[in-house]
Design a protein around this ligand. Structure first.
Ligand SMILES: Cc1cc2nc3c(=O)[nH]c(=O)nc-3n(C[C@H](O)[C@H](O)[C@H](O)COP(=O)(O)OP(=O)(O)OC[C@H]3O[C@@H](n4cnc5c(N)ncnc54)[C@H](O)[C@@H]3O)c2cc1C
Length: 418
């Protein structure tokens, strides 16, 4: 079993040449059967397995991952966490998640570099100010922190912004101080290690190729490493959800799109918090190494490729330069893409499916990283008890049939607008 991380273990190992560290998790062979199988070893799948073991005592659990841990969106996102949502279905869920982030490192005994450096949504017009005030009030009604800054306050935080831009002058912002960033791949590794320590089998390089059913519902998964039996199967496959659900004959209200992320060369500290741009869709923060980490909208075509196209690169960079003109002199070091499971109202699904024993955690769109702990918490609750967790009750699959959409962005059934 992996060592517990502590100052004492660190000191002991430093005195004996660091020869005593154990592998961070095991590499188990799949067993013939499990009480539950989670498909997808991203943040959500691993968190689900951890909370199944920790909160519900279910330890005979496998996470099956087609690649390696962290190869999906959990290791590709721009690392932003926040709970500054507007609608009742969303605020309690994302606030639950933020609270879990606040205690996560102690809980899983892993340094995930949780940094509550603040998230500032800039507004550039009077109507956007109204929308931010409304959002801030909705947050307060749910006991969530948020404050409105005027242009002078923003100038103190971010003196290098283009405040007097003729088209999009900066008028202020909505700041959530408890929001921030978390090192994304450490989240995958930390949850994998914590689940493994509780007896969960984390099985890498094991692609699910079929979902077997009998008269009682699901009975197991076909994989590239053979058949594995279980009466409970949870799908947490993010951008591949539609493809995996189709193996059980389900057609979901989800489209797959590419979203790109970018990292610049390293700079001295210059952007102290996460900043989003009101006049477009652009978000930026500075990593602890100094690189600026930024992104914008999805590439507007359906794809399963983990790379994007140049027009989107151009658009994202233009928005960045409109906000921070100094960006025009920076070099982009790296960029990549991830596959987003865009739901039709921009909000997620954590629910049972019409097939007995098959459960769904999907539709995370742009916002699934910040949701990781709460998603795992609530999906584990659903798998273990067959009932929705209080804060995830609104995330029903049938809302797309009944019309009870959680249209956070007011974009309607248009995934390319969320
Ligand atoms: C560029 C980019 C930036 C983003 N920025 C943010 C952000 O700043 N804040 C935020 O909150 N969210 C952000 N997101 C969204 C967030 O990353 C995702 O919503 C979230 O990570 C999805 O959950 P996951 O971690 O479980 O997904 P993943 O890590 O993608 O996990 C799903 C796993 O399922 C596996 N899988 C798929 N098919 C199969 C199969 N057949 N068999 C076995 N395994 C399978 C995949 O290999 C993958 O590892 C961003 C996403 C991208 C791409």
């Amino acid at each position: 079993m992996a060592n517990r991380y502590s100052i004492f273990n660190l000191l002991r190992e430093s005195l004996r040449g660091h020869r005593g560290w154990q592998p961070v998790w095991r590499e188990p062979e799949p067993r013939p059967a499990y009480d539950a199988i989670v498909v997808g070893g991203g943040g959500h799948g691993l968190a689900t397995a951890y909370y199944l073991a920790k909160n519900h005592g279910m330890r005979n659990v496998a996470v099956v991952e087609k690649g390696y841990i962290g190869s999906g969106n959990v290791g590709r996102n721009t690392t932003i966490i926040r709970s500054n949502y507007l609608l009742p279905g969303n605020i309690p869920f994302y606030e639950h998640s933020l609270k879990l982030w606040e205690g996560l490192e102690q809980d899983i005994n892993y340094n995930a570099m949780v940094s509550q450096r603040g998230v500032l949504n800039i507004f550039n017009s009077d109507s956007q100010r109204d929308a931010c005030v409304r959002r801030g009030n909705a947050m307060h009604l749910h006991g969530v922190d948020g404050e409105i800054l005027d242009a002078r306050d923003v100038r103190k935080l971010l003196p290098y912004c283009d405040f007097d831009n003729a088209r999009f002058p900066i008028k202020g912002g909505l700041l959530q101080r408890r929001g921030g960033t978390v090192r994304h791949d450490a989240v995958a590794w930390g949850f994998a290690r914590a689940a493994d320590r509780l007896g969960v089998d984390v099985i890498q390089n094991c692609e699910v190729t079929g979902i077997r059913q009998d008269g009682r519902g699901v009975c197991g998964v076909e994989t590239t490493r053979g058949f594995i039996a279980s009466r409970k199967i949870g799908l947490a496959c993010a951008g591949n959800t539609s493809r995996v659900a189709a193996m059980a004959g389900l057609r979901l209200p989800i489209e797959s799109h590419v979203l790109q992320a970018f990292v610049s060369e390293g700079l001295k500290p210059i952007i102290p918090c996460v900043v989003t741009y009101g006049a477009g869709h652009f978000y930026i923060s500075q990593s602890d190494k100094g690189g600026l980490v930024f992104g914008g909208s999805i590439d507007l075509y359906n794809s399963y490729a983990q790379r994007g196209n140049l027009p989107t690169v151009e658009e994202v960079c233009e928005e960045g330069i409109a906000l921070f003109p100094f960006l025009s002199r920076l070099r982009v070091l790296r960029s990549w893409g991830g596959i987003m499971d865009m739901s039709m109202d921009g909000s997620p699904i954590i629910d049972r499916t019409p097939i007995d024993g098959l459960y769904l955690d999907a539709g995370w769109c742009y916002g699934g990283f910040k949701a990781t702990p709460a998603s795992g918490w609530c999906f584990a609750h659903l798998l273990a008890t067959d009932a929705s967790h209080e804060v995830a009750k609104a995330y029903r699959l049938d809302r797309f049939a009944t019309g009870r959409l959680i249209d956070e962005h007011g974009g309607g059934a248009r995934p390319n607008r969320h």
